[in-house]
Design a protein around this ligand. Sequence first.
Ligand SMILES: [Zn+2]
Ligand SMILES: [Zn+2]
Length: 333
Amino acid sequence: MDAMRTMVLVAPGRPLAERERPVPVPAPGEVLVHVSACGVCRTDLHLVDGELPDPLLPVVPGHEVVGRILAVGPGVERWRVGERVGIPWLASACGHCRDCANAHENLCESARFTGYTRDGGFATHALADARYVLPLPDRYDDVHAAPLLCAGLIGYRAYATAGAGAALGLYGFGAAAHLIAQLAIAEGRDVYAFTRPGDAAAQALARGLGVAWAGGSDEPSPAPLDAAILFAPVGGLVPVALGATRPGGTVVCAGIHMSDIPSFPYRLLWRERTLRSVANLTRADGEGFMAVASRVALDVHVTAYALGRANEALDDLRAGRVAGAAVLTMPAD
Ligand SMILES: [Zn+2]
Ligand SMILES: [Zn+2]
């Protein structure tokens, strides 16, 4: 157990490479986690495709990390060896800048991010700052808990930002949308699922979860929306979503990267529509969402891949071949 297996991004644009590394020792304030599952998120795809600036290189991607604590560093009192935890995207923040002081640690200029500016969970072992690790609801096993850590959690931040209107549009129906749709339906809202044009599998998944309507993003909305969340990284959908949203409604862009937004007539924004983005997460979002996921039984749809098939999982995600969430599972040692 002194070597760990990893899938590493050496250079953007290249497939991940399988590498063995020595199992690290946790520094003061850190925990060492024996990883059992790690979700594959669209952000990992943006990282691999070179669409995110200044990654750590080489880097182990993966920021939906589930495992058990194998060792704690000096000074860690919150966690014990053997406890199950999740490591989310926000790996650490400075704690004293203006944003950190105002409950916006998600915007901290000195924040570090799991699987981007510090190593993540496409590996059998991962280190994390003990203060940013989350407890996970017992009702989900490891593979089904993994997508909660970003798809669920950042989806939840976007959902909270979208406001309380009854008719909610979701553009892009993948890992995040399939969780947030269930939450919205449990809260009595009508969900309109806009998938990639012609994506029958995503539309079937959406209908099975009880959405009011599912169709392609090239189809008109069957009803005016009170709010819309864009999970698809497609800037061309911004004017489409604004056009489908009522006066006073909000359109939230939830992804870390999006293709350019085309110009659009002012009348789409006029009458107090709001267009905004959501960036990263705070620890409060994490704790808030895990409490919700503990109360509401979310039906998490996963496609599991062994760690060594990480490139295949990324390719499937890129091609839209994954219904729900892709999750890597780690070999037993
Ligand atoms: Zn800060
Ligand atoms: Zn993510």
